[in-house]
Write a protein that binds this ligand. Structure first.
Ligand code: SF4
Ligand code: SF4
Length: 117
């Protein structure tokens, strides 16, 4: 098994933290390209929570871009755990359209120790 690269403070870095580090080093164009590519892999449109408003406004990739902007408020299940982006990006959370991006949920959990059921 490959060694997990350490952070500057010596704590092992997981796949998501590694991705965030790589994205910080990207240009704005490269970041936009990453988002466009991963939007193609997003399976939100197959989810019962996804709705016509989100489709019309081309809302996707909530794990990176954050909560749905005015379209989704009711949770009816979440397909994120089966999405290829979850595996590739090392995501730990789900329901990103209503609860916020992976980064935000990790931060909230770290600060408050909260766990939304
Ligand atoms: S993890 Fe969820 S929000 Fe992120 S790309 Fe996959 S289905 Fe979309
Ligand atoms: S983020 Fe999860 S709950 Fe929201 S639409 Fe995508 S798959 Fe469904």
């Amino acid at each position: 098994m490959a060694a997990v690269p350490p952070t500057s403070c010596g704590v092992p870095m997981d796949a998501f933290e590694d991705l965030m580090k790589k994205m910080k080093g990207m240009t704005a164009d490269q970041q936009a390209q990453w988002i466009a590519e991963n939007k193609k892999a997003c399976i939100c449109p197959t989810c019962p929570t996804y709705n016509g408003c989100a489709k019309k406004n081309e809302e996707l990739l909530f794990c990176a871009t954050g909560k749905s902007f005015m379209c989704i408020s009711a949770e009816k299940g979440c397909m994120c755990p089966t999405c290829p982006v979850t595996k590739a990006a090392g995501l730990k959370y789900k329901n990103f359209c209503t609860r916020g991006a992976e980064k935000a949920q990790r931060y909230e959990h770290t600060i408050w120790g909260t766990k939304i059921p």
